[in-house]
Design a protein around this ligand. Structure first.
Ligand SMILES: N[C@@H](CCC(=O)N[C@@H](CS)C(=O)NCC(=O)O)C(=O)O
Length: 215
């Protein structure tokens, strides 16, 4: 199977995780961020992730991909359990964390940004959503005050470094991609429990962290 993705896309990380966690082979194809023709040709809109199934049909939507792969290849490994506190954490951090991430992604040498036109495309589109990139970078310290508190709030919800709720569940699929992307922010102090979870889940899922590219 083939997965079209962007490296920075948290929804794509969800899809990559299920392959890694189940140890299933797949081809990961990073699209250029300004490539509209490929996704529109496959699913009628510009979106990733897109899974090309073994029969050649294309499937968008990260959670559909996760469920499809989990249910059709080997033993199912994910429980559907999603604690309301975890859901709330995802919503809370989801409200602001893109202000920290988006202006950094274009400076990190990611595959989807290896042409100037791809960088320009992203900056134009995302400036409309979050405002000026430099102004957002200048606000880092303020966002980090919020984030450090939210990371502390996550600590009591981590039951094990290898699975948020003690065994693999939808919680890992929702939370790990967010934490992984946050590793691109140099000044974040991850609480030890969160750092251990990040390291273990990265190893289990085969999704790399951004610590060595952090800005
Ligand atoms: N609901 C979708 C959301 C996917 C999504 O928003 N992907 C973003 C990338 S993170 C995208 O493709 N945006 C279009 C663009 O970048 O132009 C899913 O869960 O797969």
């Amino acid at each position: 199977m083939k997965l079209y993705a962007y490296d920075h896309c948290p929804f794509c990380v969800r899809a990559r995780m299920i392959f890694g966690l189940k140890n299933l082979p797949f081809e990961l194809v990073m699209l250029a961020n300004d490539d509209e023709a490929t996704p529109i040709g496959l699913v009628g809109k510009k979106v990733v992730p897109i899974l090309i199934k073994e029969d050649g049909t294309a499937m968008p939507e990260s959670l559909d991909i996760v469920h499809y792969v989990d249910e059709h290849f080997g033993e199912k490994i994910l429980s559907e359990q999603l604690r309301s506190e975890v859901e709330e954490w995802v919503k809370t951090v989801g409200r602001y964390y893109n202000h920290l991430l988006i202006p950094r992604f274009v400076k990190m040498d990611l595959a989807e940004f290896n042409t100037q036109s791809a960088v320009d495309y992203f900056i134009k589109k995302k400036t409309e959503a979050i405002g000026d990139f430099q102004q957002n970078l200048d606000e880092t310290a303020n966002y980090l005050v919020r984030l450090h508190q939210d990371l502390e709030n996550l600590v009591p919800l981590i039951k094990s470094a290898s699975a948020l709720n003690g065994k693999l569940s939808l919680e890992d699929i929702m939370v790990f991609p967010m934490l992984r992307n946050l590793t691109c922010v140099r000044d974040i102090q991850f609480p030890p429990e969160v750092a251990a979870y990040l390291k273990t889940m990265s190893k289990q899922s085969g999704v790399d962290l951004y610590f060595d590219k952090a800005i």
